[in-house]
Design a protein around this ligand. Sequence first.
Ligand code: NAD
Length: 248
Amino acid sequence: MGRLSGKVAIITGAAQGMGASHAKAFVAEGAKVILTDINVEAIQELASSLGDSAIAVKQDVSKQADWDEVIAKGEAAFGLVNVLVNNAGVLGKIATTLDFSEEDFNWVCAINQTGVFLGMKAVIPSMIKSGGGAIVNISSIAGLVAIYGAPNAAYVASKFAVRGMTKQIAVEYGKQNIRCNSIHPGYIRTPMMAAATDEEGGEALSMIPLGRLAECSEVSNLAIFLASDESSFITGMEHVIDGGMTAL
Ligand SMILES: NC(=O)c1ccc[n+]([C@@H]2O[C@H](COP(=O)([O-])OP(=O)(O)OC[C@H]3O[C@@H](n4cnc5c(N)ncnc54)[C@H](O)[C@@H]3O)[C@@H](O)[C@H]2O)c1
């Protein structure tokens, strides 16, 4: 028995980086997984490599209609959905506030913030019917503190919002046995991190007490724990995985 046997999980942004890592790790632990992303070719390839336990559904997380389709296809393939990992996200242009437009602000928030809200709203009815569920929202250390070198104010605003919504949903739906937690990664080796700094974390490396970046699999281990029944009394909380960076 895997640690996620009996779980039906949606993982957004599963084409690369942490989302792809979570998809592989969840299937290895016995979950049925619905991979979603705007990059449909990549999720189709990954889903077929994972066999009968995975399907791919093209999705823009900021679109309500896409969420309706993901839930319908996921339930048709695997039954009621009881895990959601809201992982899809964008950095946006790297700029300080005077050089950051309202249009750019709204685009980042539509994906990182509205996308997370729509995902929770879409999946909660399925979770209630299934007797409960676990939502894992991927925020950032930029959802806890301001950071020199954070990409822009919209990224920080959206990641703080994810942290707040996580607590609100935990309170609203705890009685229905739905748990909701946020993960706050520091510098993790993914295409997004490489775009923001460089392959080795750039100047940020000197601010990480463990002296290295994390591999995606280290975050997947935390996501598995929060999605599984091992974390059955943990809800509404921030889970920081940053090599000690915010301890400084
Ligand atoms: N890498 C890091 O160091 C780091 C640190 C803190 C938080 N995070 C967060 O972790 C999550 C995953 O980050 P990553 O580094 O793996 O990123 P990544 O850029 O490598 O992957 C993100 C995935 O999201 C998809 N995506 C983008 N817009 C989408 C949309 N509108 N709808 C659906 N899918 C969409 C992309 O196609 C991509 O496959 C993000 O929410 C990010 O903000 C990353």
